[in-house]
Design a protein around this ligand. Structure first.
Ligand code: GN1
Ligand code: MG
Length: 383
């Protein structure tokens, strides 16, 4: 389960001041680090107010998101669209909420502190929890449902309505190009693990543009995507065990739904997580894949084309490969992008993703069959 960590003594100078912009100063009781995000700093604030008992406060990493105001612009357009759809047509038989933006006393959706850090706050989804890795087949199906519902809710929001808040995000050939440029500049450490990563990446480099080629020649359309639908971003109702929300909306922007489908599967079908104690045991579990797709297709089948379905297998393999390249490249660059606990963490993370790729490749036929059969077996529920 995603843990709360106390930050007493090491919080940013402006953490409390930032919380006070979005909540009432004399009521804020506690501010705790929240979740295990690799990019932004996230805190859970207990605000004491009856209306908003808790809220989520975040400091956006400006090294990654150079124009955070565009994120907020996207979030406003996205929220307006989705709230209207949910108002007209709420999902049957379950609670479903989208995080709301909170405003400052001056009606602003963000606050810039005197050091130039960008803070914003969103509502906390009450009575829900999230997990860093998948806990059951039902959980996987709920993750699939949440992503499917998300895609359905934005399926009529034209891709050009939202800005590109993170250029090159999930464009695998761009990550590969950057990795090759980094390799030219600095020699990789002479370790067997680094050598394995380099060989692994090299042997699959022809595969890297598969989705981008299908996008450029019109086989796969640009749509609005979540961008980061890993298992820990799906909130689960603590009473019913059903998905109640999908959070972490900073990368909601134009893209291919395949980035989301591939990314959620590479995350959800590896129950050991992204940096496990036993990396040799990492495997891509086909039963979890089937469960996630069952949940996904139950709600998202309506807008997917035959061609979309054809690329699902490649998207799973590609997104695990891409994340491995991203982790390894960051390891080589000295951990400038992802937060790390120690100097080898990005290398370990890359090795885990590459094990997932191998596991996917060794089950290629079985996975293609699961995708085909699940897509045709599940009847989409109207939303
Ligand atoms: C990053 O920060 P976080 O944990 O939400 C990354 C994702 C990766 C993920 C791997 C903007 O997400 O793309 O899949 O780490 N987000 C960005 O855990 O790069
Ligand atoms: Mg994220």
């Amino acid at each position: 389960m995603t843990k709360k960590r106390s930050t007493r003594g090491k919080a940013s100078d402006y953490l409390r001041a930032a919380a006070e912009q979005f909540g009432s100063a004399d009521q804020i009781a506690e501010i705790n680090k929240y979740g295990a995000g690799n990019i932004n700093d996230t805190y859970l604030v207990s605000s004491g107010s009856d209306r908003e008992k808790y809220f989520i406060l975040q400091r956006i990493n400006r090294r990654v998101f150079s124009r955070p105001e565009l994120i907020m612009q996207n979030l406003r357009a996205f929220s307006e669209h989705v709230s209207e759809r949910l108002r007209r047509n709420p999902p049957a038989g379950r609670r479903w909420e989208m995080p709301r933006l909170l405003l400052t006393a001056y009606s602003q959706d963000h606050w810039i502190d005197p050091e130039g850090c960008f803070w914003r706050a969103i509502s906390f989804i009450e009575n829900s929890e999230s997990f860093d890795s998948v806990i059951s087949l039902d959980h996987a199906a709920e993750v699939g449902f949440a992503i499917g519902l998300f895609h359905t809710l934005v399926s009529d929001l034209p891709a050009n309505r939202l800005k590109d808040t993170l250029e090159g995000f999930h464009i695998t050939p761009i990550y590969l190009g950057r990795y090759l440029a980094v390799l030219e500049k600095r020699r990789a450490p002479a370790s067997p693990d680094a050598a394995h990563c380099m060989d692994f990446i090299d042997r699959r480099k022809e595969f890297a543009p598969i989705l981008e080629n299908a996008k450029s020649d019109g086989r796969l359309p640009l749509r609005i995507i979540h961008g980061d639908p890993k298992v820990s971003n799906v909130m689960i109702d603590t009473m019913t065990g059903l998905a109640v929300s999908i959070v972490d909306l900073d990368t909601v922007k134009p893209g291919l739904v395949h980035y989301d489908i591939g990314d959620s599967l590479r995350s959800c079908c590896n129950p050991l997580g992204e940096d496990p104690g036993r990396p040799d045991e990492v495997r891509f579990e086909p039963e979890l894949c089937q469960a996630l797709l069952r949940g996904y297709f139950s709600v998202a089948k309506g807008f997917l084309t035959e061609c979309d379905r054809e690329f699902i297998y490649d998207s799973i393999r590609l997104l695990a490969y891409e994340l491995g390249v991203r982790f390894f490249c960051d390891y080589l660059e000295g951990d400038v992008y992802f937060k790390v606990r120690d100097r080898r963490q990005n290398l370990r993370r890359a090795l885990v993703q590459f094990r997932i790729v191998e596991s996917i490749e060794s089950q290629a036929q079985a996975l293609r069959t699961i995708i085909r059969e699940t897509a045709s077996a599940v009847k989409a529920e109207p939303v």
